[in-house]
Design a protein around this ligand. Structure first.
Ligand code: NAD
Ligand code: LMR
Length: 331
């Protein structure tokens, strides 16, 4: 017997990431090959955006995905998040060349108040939220505060793209397949202060910093390549990452829905419980293991050493500053 469809709400569905993301959800890559979905596609109430959304929906129809049971196209957030089991908050302005993600905070932050409230009032009781729109950590914080009745741990933001980028860089440097790299972890903010942890990553089962003996490369080139990869893509494409961002979100949700096997972990931005000295309540990237039942835990006991600890402190300070900037949206 086929499973009951789950309702997946996606904001910014007519945008670049939406275009790369939706066919992958509808084909089963996010929730599994036997899980039917209803897509609830949310856009701004502008004629052009809604027309573009209609076009995307027509293309989805034309893919004839067996798992795609229905689509709702709307600019009304209450309707969009109704009965949603997952809310994927992608819709927001992307940065342009020369901007930092934090520069978007005043423009994008307010979007997440209304969306948080609508999720609170209309989504399914088991709703889980993944925020992609930048600055994603602080936008997730805003939505979490606005959704008073939804447990805080249901709110996540995405550093999986950064993890994937870091894995690719380590694999290239070591001259191995990317599948040899495990437990690559990003700490902190999804920003230029993020902390790619080369100490706890492994390559071919050995610590990454034993396989790659050029520690100056790890601390300098590797670090800054990963931290600045989003800007490098914008520079090269004239547009922010979309295919890789959609792929990161597929991985992020897939690995939260399914139990984490083999004691490994994934980078997920979740509300801090104070672990690793990260200020409680901030949404920061941690090593996360999923229980596959809707719950997760932050892996404890990893050693960071002085270099990475110092970097994490700076990233947490930036998250505190962002929180201060949007204090009026958190009350
Ligand atoms: P885009 O401009 O192509 O699309 C954004 C879409 O969101 C547009 O169609 C727009 O109409 C819509 N939108 C704006 N405000 C909305 C609202 N209030 N409700 C519903 N829809 C709304 O941008 P994109 O390339 O798809 O990027 C979207 C966001 O994702 C940006 O903020 C970008 O910086 C961010 N991003 C994050 C990561 C990450 O790793 N966390 C990676 C890439 C991009
Ligand atoms: C990315 O990491 O590619 C996105 O956050 C877009 C950006 O502004 O860098």
């Amino acid at each position: 017997m086929s499973k009951t469809p789950i309702h997946v709400a996606v904001t910014g569905a007519a945008g670049q990431i939406g275009y790369a993301l939706l066919p992958r959800i509808a084909s089963g890559q996010m929730f599994g090959p036997d899980q039917p979905v209803v897509l609830r596609l949310i856009e701004i109430p502008h004629e052009k955006a809604m027309a573009a959304l209609k076009g995307v929906a027509m293309e989805l129809e034309d893919c004839a995905f067996p798992l795609l049971r229905d689509m709702v196209l709307t600019s009304d957030v209450n309707e969009g998040f109704r009965d949603a089991n997952w809310a994927l908050l992608v819709g927001a302005k992307p940065r342009g060349p020369g901007m930092e993600r934090g520069d978007l905070i005043k423009e994008n932050g307010p979007i997440f108040v209304g969306q948080g409230r609508a999720i609170n009032d209309h989504a399914s009781a088991d709703v889980r939220v993944a925020v992609v729109g930048n600055p994603c950590n602080t936008n997730a914080l805003i939505a979490m505060h606005a959704a008073k009745d939804v447990p805080n741990e249901r709110f996540t933001a995405m550093t999986r793209l950064d993890q994937n980028r870091a894995e690719a860089q380590l694999a290239q440097k070591a001259g191995v397949a990317v599948s040899e790299v495990h437990n690559m972890l990003i700490w902190g903010n999804h920003s230029a202060t993020q902390v790619p942890d080369f100490k706890n990553a492994t390559i071919g089962g050995k610590p990454a910093d034993e396989v790659i003996t050029d520690h100056e490369w790890l601390k300098n080139d590797f670090f800054s390549t990963v931290q600045k990869r989003g800007a490098a893509i914008i520079q090269a494409r004239g547009l922010s990452s979309a295919m890789s961002a959609a792929n990161g979100l597929i991985d992020h949700v897939h690995d939260l829905v399914n139990a984490t096997a083999d004691g490994s972990w994934r980078s997920v931005c979740v509300p801090s419980d104070g672990s690793y000295g990260v200020t409680e309540g901030l949404i920061s990237s941690f090593p996360v293991q999923s229980d596959g039942q809707g719950g997760y835990k932050i892996v404890q006991g990893l050693e960071l050493g002085d270099f990475l600890s110092g970097k994490l402190k700076a990233s947490v300070a930036e998250l505190e500053e962002e929180r201060e900037t949007v204090a009026d949206l958190l009350s």
